[in-house]
Design a binder for this molecule. Sequence first.
Ligand code: 5GP
Ligand code: ZN
Length: 134
Amino acid sequence: MENCIFCKIANGEIPAATLYEDEDFRVILDLGPASKGHALILPKSHAANIYELSDELAAKAMILAKKMAVKMTEALKCDGFNIVQNNGETAGQTVFHFHMHLIPRYTGDGVGLTWTPGTLTDEIKEEILTKMNA
Ligand code: 5GP
Ligand code: ZN
């Protein structure tokens, strides 16, 4: 992808603070961090979102996310850890090259990743189960 900033960063054409690199991925520090150590897992090959990501890279990305969570938690002494992955503008995606957010959490950090819980009604539950099993 010619004009994709994350393709350029992942492949080393634009420098970024790199926490980890292998043949498939680069993990970089986010320039607008939600918390200290907020990082992004970027595949080196372009996929706009999870729908375009290969099964192979999806599996590898999850394993890498786990490894990074363990290493970062030890190194940064954080108290918790969020892994966030946005798909589509409606879901908050702003860079359209698949990435996973690694967000170390610190007690009292005020990072807002929460929502107001609704209620699962029987009607909605049945509707969703019908649609998903169609
Ligand atoms: P999204 O909203 O698409 O899930 O997340 C995009 C993330 O990329 C944001 O957290 C934003 O701060 C980060 N970001 C955008 N451009 C750059 C950049 O050029 N370099 C780095 N390191 N992070 C970026
Ligand atoms: Zn890209």
